[in-house]
Design a protein around this ligand. Sequence first.
Ligand code: KIV
Length: 272
Amino acid sequence: MLTTELVRFKELGKQITVLTAWDAISSSIVEASGADVVLVGDSLGMVVLGHTTTLPVTLDQMLHHTQAVCRGFSKPPSKQPLVICDLPFLSYQCGEDKAVEAAGTLLKNSCASAVKLEGAEPETVLVIKRLVRMGIPVMGHLGLTPQSVHQLGYKAQARDKSGQDKIIKDSKMLQESGCFAIVLEHIPGEIASKLKKSLTIPVIGIGAGKDCDGQVRVTADILGLSSDQPPFAKPFLPGRELCINALKKWIESTNLNQESPTTNTSQSKSDY
Ligand code: KIV
């Protein structure tokens, strides 16, 4: 799918669904769910690598995980979800050349066809314009931007008038710079709704209310696998509990088999 298709979805009023994936098993599940877009988010640094922030994630790690995500798809390429990969911290903050090389490396060596980056500072806007000119589609990300955690924390953003005015100005700037869509994270729903109406590119929300052109979620949160669930991501499954119970059952069955090796022999054979 091309990134321009998402603009068509917005025009048709079709909600865009974006889920994260980080390896082959998660991408095969997300593909089968029918999500439009797979985001290989740098949240994988926290979700699967166990870091407390996204800052330690490297470009090599993003490429490694994106390649695994691509290998997990089983549909023909034209039917696969669009893959967007996060540019990790320090891969685009140090200038346009470095950003083109980082984004190009991801697109050259995986099935990703777009990158996402955070913020709308003047330097970031220059990077976005350069990437777009080089044929690399860019998704913006405003509001709670985890790569700025040491400045913003993980709390809701744009809570006062000046913060709201800034998000509105920055979103317009990202659209003018050539972004094909914008993620708005943890901001008031009224602001996201206003931007959905005023922008021509899709507004994808997470913790930004229901009135967006689409929604993005971290798949581990939806599945209830995270032990530290963000307030705006309601789990649709008690995944952690279900997994732990299944594993406990397997451990119990193993112990039972050990205690009486002669019982239920046919089942034991097929189990092992
Ligand atoms: O890294 C990520 O998973 C993200 C989403 C939360 C939007 O950026």
